[in-house]
Ligand binder design. Sequence first.
Ligand code: L34
Length: 294
Amino acid sequence: MKFKRGLVKRKMAKIIDGKTISLDIKNEVKQIAENLVEKGVKPCLAVILVGQNPASQVYVRNKKTACEYCGIKSLSYELDESISEKELLDLIDKLNENKECNGILVQLPLPKHIDENKVLLRISPEKDVDGFHPYNVGLLSIGKAELKACTPAGCIELIKRSGVDISGKNCVVVGRSNIVGKPVSMLLLAENGTVTICHSKTKDIKAVCKEADILVAAVGIPNFIKGDMVKEGVVVIDVGINRLENGKLCGDVDFEEVEKKASYITPVPGGVGPMTIAMLMKNCIVACKNQNNI
Ligand code: L34
């Protein structure tokens, strides 16, 4: 926009504040957890961490802190890197049987000698608070999921709670992983978005992204989405959390460039990350209620 004396008004996107929105959700969860305790039921989540991945340690610590805040009991299992697959499966069997425990979360990634799929399949679908079990993935794809994958569900909440209507919008998801790209696409579709998924084999990613009213970036490449890949007014949800050599966190979106064109954009950190945890808390409550027929 040109103004008198050649001044150019810089447009700025509204920043979607994942910290504030996640706190709202955690407060809602806290209230429900208190009501459950009054009924004699204490929600409880088991968190399993294998090995010493520093990022995983941070995320798991954040999850336990959130449990405490919300009034959810957490059972913590920190297992040695060298644990066998069988030992891990035995622990899951034990937690599946444990009536006190409502949710089981095995933090990913797992060490190479353990088959991730086998582990995720072993978690009882009613306790699958990550929404990774094929049973829950199936329910998600027919629009009937109770336990929705946390990061994808968090993306949808960020969009909705910013007052953006998804219905009829061109939604472009960059990335097709089982834990983000695919499930977030199904959720956007359930909200009546027109959904396009692009990935490393897509012929002209830029052209596809340019059509997006809502863009979800989940590729795992720092600053992959540049300013010239989006249209004016786009709503941008950045799922990437890449740690740069200088130790700084950075998203999949070139924030500085894209922020100038977007109407709404999530920051990294402080965007999707905290929402993943808030939605996990919500899933714990859903699992707990279902298991107690409340
Ligand atoms: N089983 N494994 C399982 N479930 C999950 O939902 C996850 N994920 C992903 C990795 N492995 C998993 C997470 O918990 C990613 N993830 C996650 C959780 C929390 C945060 C980021 C990713 C988070 O708290 N992010 C903060 C910054 C934290 C920091 O300083 O590093 C943020 O503001 O983005």
